[in-house]
Design a protein. Structure first.
Length: 240
């Protein structure tokens, strides 16, 4: 089933939940939803799994899918889901922000000893170096500094970088991404942060350090995502 169909179902279910359109705090059964949306039960199951992970519902064996009571309003404008692939999908999945990307730097380089210690790439590895400024609702709030191995993401160019590198990897190069290790820190803002981001009175940025692996275990990406601290929060739903 095309991805747009899944997205539409997921968004409709979420909207219905937020607007209290299901009586008794319960979702209809998967078979009923599949009939309503004219899709497979697997598609419905995937959508409910996403809603489970985000804390909108909780599936309980033998009882069905319970709708959880809404949380009070939170001050952060955007939440980052560390389990999502890439920096932008993890944000816009929840907020539908108007997102644009400007490629500030794009270079082909060879890893030095210092760059090897930073990225985990072996010295001498050829890679693409990018700086991409992300505007969310027309505000420069996120700066991605990317390092991609050339032998894995072959053919990368500015046009692709302006849209979705991960779509290019998965759908054009037909390569599988296995896993990522992510580390979050707060650090003093550097010159690039002050030049590009709307920091106002802040002298620090949040940084997500992202190490990503292909399905053969190759470390092919190192990314630093610098973000304005007061616009973002991290949300994780814990199931007992």
């Amino acid at each position: 089933m095309p991805k747009i169909k899944f997205d539409q179902i997921y968004e409709t279910l979420k909207e219905n939940i937020v607007n209290n359109r299901y009586p008794g705090n319960m979702l209809p059964r998967e078979v009923e939803l599949a009939e309503e949306f004219q899709c497979s039960r697997n598609t419905i199951h995937r959508a409910i799994s996403c809603l489970n992970n985000e804390g909108y519902v909780q599936s309980i064996k033998g009882r069905g899918t319970i709708i959880l009571q809404k949380l009070p309003h939170q001050e952060e404008r955007f939440y980052i889901d560390l389990r999502s692939s890439g920096s932008i999908p993890s944000i816009t999945q929840y907020h539908k922000a108007d997102v644009t990307t400007s490629v500030m730097a794009f270079r082909e380089m060879t890893a030095s000893e210092e760059q090897s210690r930073l990225t985990g790439f072996d010295p001498g590895t050829e890679f693409y170096y990018l700086q991409r400024l992300r505007y969310l609702d027309n505000r420069p709030l996120l700066l991605d500094i990317n390092y991609f191995r050339k032998d894995v993401v072959e053919g990368l160019n500015v046009n692709i970088a302006q849209h979705s590198i991960y779509d290019y990897i998965k759908n054009t190069l037909n390569k599988k991404i296995l896993a990522a290790r992510r580390i979050v820190r707060i650090k003093k803002a550097d010159e690039k942060d002050h030049d590009y981001l709307e920091l106002r009175d802040f002298d620090c940025v949040g940084v997500i350090y992202n190490y990503v692996y292909t399905d053969d275990g190759t470390l092919f990406e190192y990314t630093e995502s610098h973000f304005v601290p007061d616009n973002f929060g991290f949300s994780e739903f814990v199931q007992y």
